[in-house]
Design a protein around this ligand. Structure first.
Ligand SMILES: [Fe+2]
Ligand SMILES: [Fe+2]
Length: 196
């Protein structure tokens, strides 16, 4: 094979790869912008930001996990053209794990405090103290651990988040998706004061 042909093929492969990567980044930017537009109050809340202190799965924080679930939920609903309230979908997904404690800590390990069964209720209680939630947003938070929570979701938004949550949890647990680890309390305080 001629040298020129090999180079040309390599260049074409490189260009295809660059184009795919560019499309992926544009898609991520678009999803992030939609999440910001629907829930800037949640994203800016110090309480929500505090979820960066706790690990959810692997080395992914609760904060990062909730953003992943919101992003996947939105992507699924758009890809499959599911007619639903995107705003409630995003807000419910961001708050679905709003339990605000470190579930790996010793005090949450005993059987009577089974995190998997009880955290949706804790998350809902915490979210209600801070936000006015719609029935759909409540359903998303309360039922996202189905079938553990026995009663199945009753709206499309909750079904989407339930599925996206399981998919993200799988990717994070097997470290296919990696995070940056939990933020130390003192470091977070520093970053908040410098960005304020
Ligand atoms: Fe959860
Ligand atoms: Fe979750």
């Amino acid at each position: 094979m001629k040298k020129g042909t090999i180079r040309q093929r390599a260049r074409e492969r490189h260009e295809k790869h660059a184009l795919r990567w560019q499309r992926h980044l544009e898609r991520q930017r678009d999803l992030n912008n939609k999440i910001k537009a629907a829930a800037s109050d949640i994203l800016k809340s110090p309480q929500f930001r505090s979820t960066r202190r706790h690990i959810q799965h692997g080395n992914v924080t609760v904060n990062n996990h909730c953003l992943n679930v919101a992003k996947y939920s939105l992507a699924i609903s758009e890809k499959l053209h599911i007619s639903c309230s995107r705003e409630e979908l995003i807000r419910g997904a961001l708050l679905h794990d709003y339990f605000l404690y470190d579930w790996h800590a010793k005090e949450h390990v005993p059987v009577y405090k089974l995190h998997g069964f009880f955290h949706p209720g804790v998350a809902l209680k915490n979210a209600l103290e801070e936000y006015e939630l719609t029935p759909r947003e409540r359903d998303i938070i309360k039922k996202h651990m189905w079938p553990l929570t026995v009663v199945p979701p009753t709206c499309r938004e909750a079904w989407i988040v339930t599925m996206a949550d399981k998919w993200c949890s799988l990717l994070e647990t097997f470290r296919i998706y990696r995070g940056h680890g939990a933020l130390r309390y003192d470091r977070e305080e520093e970053s908040v004061s410098t960005t304020a």
